[in-house]
Design a protein around this ligand. Structure first.
Ligand SMILES: Nc1ncnc2c1ncn2[C@@H]1O[C@H](COP(=O)(O)OP(=O)(O)OP(=O)(O)O)[C@@H](O)[C@H]1O
Length: 260
């Protein structure tokens, strides 16, 4: 399947001279096409930096990132980013936000309207097409942002703590919606989160990063049947065991004092 991401010996420095900081240290990692991978790590370990490097918003200092064998060279429509703060255009309606990327890509009007409607329906926002972002709740705004990104049909979805600003019930409903969409569209997803439970609930693999400068510490496989209801998943032994293993590994990176 398309959408393979290969990260090889990646390093990223910010700044120059005395201000120079190493944000990512010698990170290598392979993500298969269609796979859902979450990335967790202590604050400041370089999660967003990693995501923006894959997006092509930032250049690697050393190493490469390839998509389906081709090294990336800046942003491309094969990769779509969803941000925590939605980044919607306030002066455009829901419909106009979702058609934005298609207009930019020169897609003919009839086709972009049909495509936008398909993704608006997929995120359950039919009936809200003419609303402006300020008229929507946080969860609805994030669904618009997701539809806008899906509309130009990237192979890879890069999500930077997309549900971080939402309350728990809303977060859970968006998680379930994302799992359904991922199942239907078979996209590669790289999902940044602070929330261990969210990472384990959503992903096939979780990458835990070390503290600053960040690199791959541990990768955990998550073997859950996502067709089961949430209650059954989160009370299963596999979920609890995996969550505890990820939490423990993360905790080793975040605690400053080691108790006997
Ligand atoms: N534009 C920049 N200029 C200089 N340093 C930066 C810049 N952006 C990030 N950094 C530094 O790089 C490191 C990694 O930052 P990054 O935002 O990627 O971490 P993060 O894991 O996403 O953090 P958080 O979980 O708190 O959002 C941090 O030490 C940060 O201070």
């Amino acid at each position: 399947m398309d959408g393979n991401v290969t990260i090889s010996n990646l390093e990223k420095f910010y700044g120059e001279g005395a201000e120079r900081t190493k944000a990512i240290e010698d990170l290598s990692f392979e993500i298969d096409g269609g796979e859902f991978v979450s990335v967790v790590g202590p604050s400041g370990c370089g999660k967003s930096t990693l995501l923006y490097l894959i997006a092509g918003f930032l250049d690697a200092s050393t190493g490469t990132i390839s998509v389906d064998g081709t090294p990336i060279d800046g942003p491309g429509t094969d990769r779509g980013v969803v941000f925590q703060d939605y980044a919607l255009f306030p002066w455009r309606t829901v419909f106009e936000n979702v058609t934005y990327g298609l207009e930019e890509g020169g897609v003919p009007k009839d086709e972009r309207q049909a495509t936008a409607q398909r993704y608006i329906d997929m995120v359950d926002l039919d009936g809200f097409e003419d609303k402006y972002p300020k008229e929507l709740s946080g969860g609805m705004k994030q669904r618009v942002a997701l539809a806008r990104t899906l509309a130009y049909e990237p192979k890879i979805l890069l999500m930077d703590e997309p549900f971080g600003a939402l309350d728990q019930p809303l977060r859970e409903s968006l998680q379930d919606q994302l799992i359904d969409i991922w199942g239907d569209l078979e996209k590669t997803v790289v999902f940044i989160t602070h929330d261990v439970e969210e990472a384990v609930y959503l992903s096939e693999r979780v990458m835990i990063m070390t503290r600053h400068p960040g690199t791959k510490k541990m990768v955990t496989e998550v073997d859950l049947d996502r067709s089961l209801p949430r209650e059954e998943i989160i009370t299963s032994d596999e979920f609890t065991t995996t969550k505890n293993a990820v939490w423990k590994s993360l905790r080793e990176e975040t605690r400053t004092e080691v108790r006997p």
